[in-house]
Design a protein around this ligand. Structure first.
Ligand code: SF4
Length: 453
């Protein structure tokens, strides 16, 4: 039977970098003629792309695989394939632990997905132990000619590099995703041009550490150079930088961001903590000064810059005083967007052997307190925007309590992690990707309400 006779249901877990891997596999499968269904229970084949960087993510991955396996017992599914970081990290244990799974693919085998399904299609045989999965991963993939975008909006993620050369004491990602390896500027430009020709209007540049882009290459590639090259494409589209590293934000990068029209004055820079002793314990001593100078330096080049960050609370050695230092620091900087993770001891990391540990209840209380205080700051900031003008990239029409309205985002709002902007009901028909002028009417928690102007 031909591939088109089979429908595939996709479940993509974890971060945007993992979503790009899912999109890569979908591109390969579409090339082979397979079709996709959003109705998981009706799919002949289920593909679960997993995440495994912390305990909560692992649990979600396992639960999702077991749900897919249950569908295999009751639904249309006849073939279950599992990919991603869980497979990469626990390759040796999974086949025995999850006998319901027909095939496991590691991060270096995402190009083999069609081969796995074709083998099953032609022989109805599983490929359980067919691929030797060695950690960490080493390969760097270029997207398939026909680039799939699974974001559901006029935006896409572009993975400009894979892996990470930092050695943060709490982090298992380098052991999963390997050393940093960057794609070429010309390949990235070609991918951006193709996406723009497909109607995408926002390009989110991502990797484990986007600011380390090009440092592993022996040509002059670097992030500022990449931004200038993408700016030369011209036209009205947005470029956003996600996952920066505090000590790798150069003046040249900030100047280039400020001077390139398409680049949003937006930086996502996980600081993890502010207290010098905590940053030392986290293996991030080199970021103590950059973290403390981050807001002042970036706002010198872009006074209206939007800063997003991520903190880690409950790391071994985090005293009440260290947490208070972080609280005061967050209050003094007033980041626009903040995510807070609770420390998860990861096998094979230095922090997993560190003491004194912080009780889970204390760590969760610290996370909740930081998020509560941040929410107050966001509401105040959003209220200050009332009456101001801005440009919103339209995503879609959504039904709200009283009537349908459009939803979109400003250059201040990154996809899937920051708030959104609702545009008051209008008689005008707006299209996804269109960038419209608005005036903010009011703040609604993390979101904003605006009217066309
Ligand atoms: S920068 Fe640190 S936290 Fe981020 S992926 Fe690399 S090692 Fe992990």
């Amino acid at each position: 039977m031909s591939s088109s006779a089979y429908s595939i249901g996709i479940i993509s877990l974890g971060c945007a970098k993992n979503l790009v891997d899912t999109e890569h596999m979908c591109g390969r499968l579409r090339e082979e003629g397979y079709r996709f269904t959003s109705d998981i229970a009706d799919a002949d084949i289920l593909l679960v792309n997993t995440c495994a960087f912390i305990e909560d993510a692992r649990r979600e991955s396992i639960d999702t695989i077991l749900e897919a396996a249950a569908i295999k017992k009751t639904g249309a599914c006849r073939f279950l394939v599992v990919t991603g970081c869980l497979t990469q990290r626990y390759a040796a244990d999974l086949p025995a632990a999850l006998p319901e799974v027909d095939a496991f693919l590691g991060l270096d085998q995402i190009d083999d997905i069609a081969d796995v399904l074709n083998t099953w299609r032609d022989n109805m045989t599983a490929s359980k132990n067919r691929y030797v999965i060695r950690s960490p991963s080493k390969r760097l993939f270029e997207p398939p000619p026909q680039r799939e975008v699974l974001t559901g909006g006029p935006f896409a993620y572009i993975k400009i590099a894979e892996g990470c050369n930092h050695r943060c004491a709490f982090c298992a990602i380098p052991a999963i995703r390997g050393r940093a390896r960057s794609r070429s500027i010309s390949n990235i430009r070609a991918e951006v041009e193709q996406l723009l020709s497909d109607g995408i209007r926002e390009i989110n540049l991502i990797s484990q550490d986007t600011t380390a882009y090009g440092r592993d290459r022996d040509d002059d590639a670097n992030l500022a150079g990449l931004l200038r090259e993408l700016g030369r494409i011209g036209g009205d589209f947005w470029i956003r930088l996600l996952y920066g590293f505090p000590s790798l934000i150069s003046d040249t990068l900030l100047e280039t961001m400020a001077g390139t029209e398409q680049v949003c004055n937006y930086l996502d820079v996980p600081i993890q903590h502010s207290h010098p002793e905590m940053l030392r314990r986290m293996g991030r001593a080199g970021t103590i000064i950059p973290v403390n100078r981050l807001a002042q330096r970036t706002r010198k080049f872009m006074p209206d810059i939007t800063l997003r960050t991520t903190c880690l609370v409950g790391h071994p050695g985090e005293t009440d005083a260290a947490f208070e230092h972080l609280r005061r620091f967050m209050d003094s900087v007033t980041f626009d967007h903040v995510g807070v993770f609770v420390y998860s001891p990861e096998d094979g990391t230095r922090s997993a052997r560190a003491t004194p540990t912080v009780p889970a209840a204390v760590a969760h209380a610290r996370r909740d307190q930081l998020m509560r205080e941040q929410q107050q700051r966001v509401i105040q900031q959003n209220e200050k925007l009332t009456g101001q003008s801005d440009r919103i990239m339209v995503h879609s029409l959504v039904s709200k309590t009283k009537s349908d309205c459009y939803v979109g985002r400003s250059r201040r709002q990154a996809p899937q992690v920051d708030g959104v902007t609702y545009i008051e009901p209008t008689t005008e028909t707006l299209v996804p990707g269109e960038i419209v002028d608005v005036r903010y009417q009011s703040a609604q928690g993390y979101d904003l309400l605006a009217e066309l102007s």
